[in-house]
Design a protein around this ligand. Sequence first.
Ligand code: HEC
Length: 389
Amino acid sequence: MLRTLLPGQTVSRDQRSTPPGGRLQRLGHGALIALLVALIPLAVWATTFEQAKSAIDEAKQVREEAIAAGVSASPTDEMIEQAESVLPSRQYTRARQYAEWARRQDELAMELLARQEAREAAGEVAKAEVGTYREPLDVLQGLIDRTSSDYLTQSDQNLMMMADSPAIWVAMDGEPLFHEPRGPNNVSLEECDFGKGPGVLEGAYVELPRYFEDTGKVMDLETRLVHCMVTLQGFGPDDPEVKQRHGNGSDHMKLQAYIASQSSGYAWNPPLDHPLEQAMRDAGEVMFFRRAGKADFSCNTCHGDTGKRIRASVLPNKNFPEEWSKAISWPAFRVGHDQVRSSQHRVRGCYWQMRQAGSIAGSDGSIALLSFWTDAARGAPAILPDMKR
Ligand code: HEC
């Protein structure tokens, strides 16, 4: 329709959206798209026996390499068997899929092992490697550059939108809230100690949860913030500033996003020196692996291997710090919710997803799980605030 314009002519927005015959053209586009979409599955389905067979052979070869490299206890033998078992019934696409999953699983296992060995050789986890602020998008790009993780690269759109993530604005709103004297006591949160001294935020969030002497408890960001709002600023536990934990407009989301953003690019490094810190982390590990509920899921059912999918979503593997770092990078803007969400919100969602009993915000159980999941990302840089599907 633009061809009908003479050079130099301009059209208003209205004119452009309703050109003569525009409806017909749109219909034409629709039909073309529908045809293309219909053709995609055809192309995928048209797997031949030879293709399936060669995918299986390749998976077997990589399996041997993996065994030689020292990868033990892998589910890939079973996956290759499954691939072979569906060949006689001519399910070539499925066979090829199983074989490709198996191959990828072994390739990644080898990569992880090599990385783990490199880490061990380098002494401890690369703690010093990241310790200065970096923009969330740069951190993510860095992680993508050093891995071949499908989880990290699954959404180009997310990458493109990250620079303009609404979470950044929410975090910016948190800055004045943090520094203003507020509450009945008219004091600012600059007096609140998040573990690195009163008001020190740089790198504080990646070292949470941690044990606080003044309360005798291991606390995560949200519980620590509540503690300071109540004890320092004098808010009541039922005041909206304290009680309202979710939503872009809540003080909690603004403050949490601001505080966390001061740790973007820092390596996750939750302390495990205090016996209670260790106990909480260990309790979280038990929770992560405990299967329960009518679906008999544990967190590990979905987050224990690389490359697992639910529909189009690639699930993050908690054994792969570069992936897990993004997974636990909350607060994050959740595009599907159109809201910035917290770690506590994610934990609640995970339990809901498993159809298990609801997680209570700020409970020791929720903090234990956070202690474990943060420990699992140790050494990898945090992306704060992040952006999720
Ligand atoms: C049935 C599979 C399944 C189980 C079980 C499960 N999750 Fe998830 N998890 C998902 C999916 C799918 C997503 C992707 C986000 C979404 O759509 O909610 C996700 C997202 C996450 C994320 C954020 C990842 C991201 O991309 O931002 C974390 C962290 C997480 N889960 C932790 C857990 C924990 C902890 C448990 C156990 C309490 C758990 N999950 C149980 C499937 C599962």
